[in-house]
Write a new protein. Structure first.
Length: 162
């Protein structure tokens, strides 16, 4: 019964977050297996680029939103950092403290560069604190300094899936 409830809540959160988030955001639905224990981690790369169809200015930040779809597995956390030569930024962490409630948590990671770069990549890791299996939804998109969508590689590049 708990699995059915968790699945229904995940589906509901997908529909609600798709409605509530920017229409241009990208979505990845994933899971962390129980066999990986609390050290199970998914790792991704998001590539951002100047896309005149959306914005005339380079990528300035990455918007990241996560929602934990199950109450098992403890707290779900996503970490993001900039990966580029000449670009850097403080890493951010986004934690959904209560799984399965349909509420997502968002943050934006700004790129700090000596000059604006045309292309920038971000690494994102998703992990949990307990051994239980997790399902999650992650919304992300690249944006310029005005909050406008810039080119975002889609689909996301999966580097590790546990």
């Amino acid at each position: 019964m708990k699995n059915i409830k968790a699945t229904l809540l995940l589906v509901l959160s997908i529909f609600l977050s798709a409605y509530a988030t920017n229409a241009l955001s990208h979505t990845y639905i994933g899971g962390l297996g129980a066999f990986g224990g609390p050290s199970a981690t998914d790792l991704f790369r998001v590539d951002c680029f100047l896309d005149p169809g959306y914005s005339q200015t380079p990528t300035h930040s990455l918007f990241l939103d996560i929602s934990d779809g199950t109450s098992a597995g403890g707290k779900l956390t996503a970490h993001a950092t900039v990966y580029n030569t000449g670009a850097y930024g403080k890493a951010i962490s986004v934690t959904d403290p209560k799984g399965g409630d349909g509420v997502s948590v968002s943050k934006t990671l700004n790129v700090v560069t000596p000059t604006d770069v045309q292309d920038v990549s971000f690494y994102i890791s998703v992990s949990h604190t307990d051994a239980g299996a997790e399902t999650y939804q992650m919304n992300y998109h690249c944006q310029d300094k005005f909050g406008q969508h810039t080119g975002t590689g889609d689909p996301i590049t999966v580097l590790q899936d546990q």
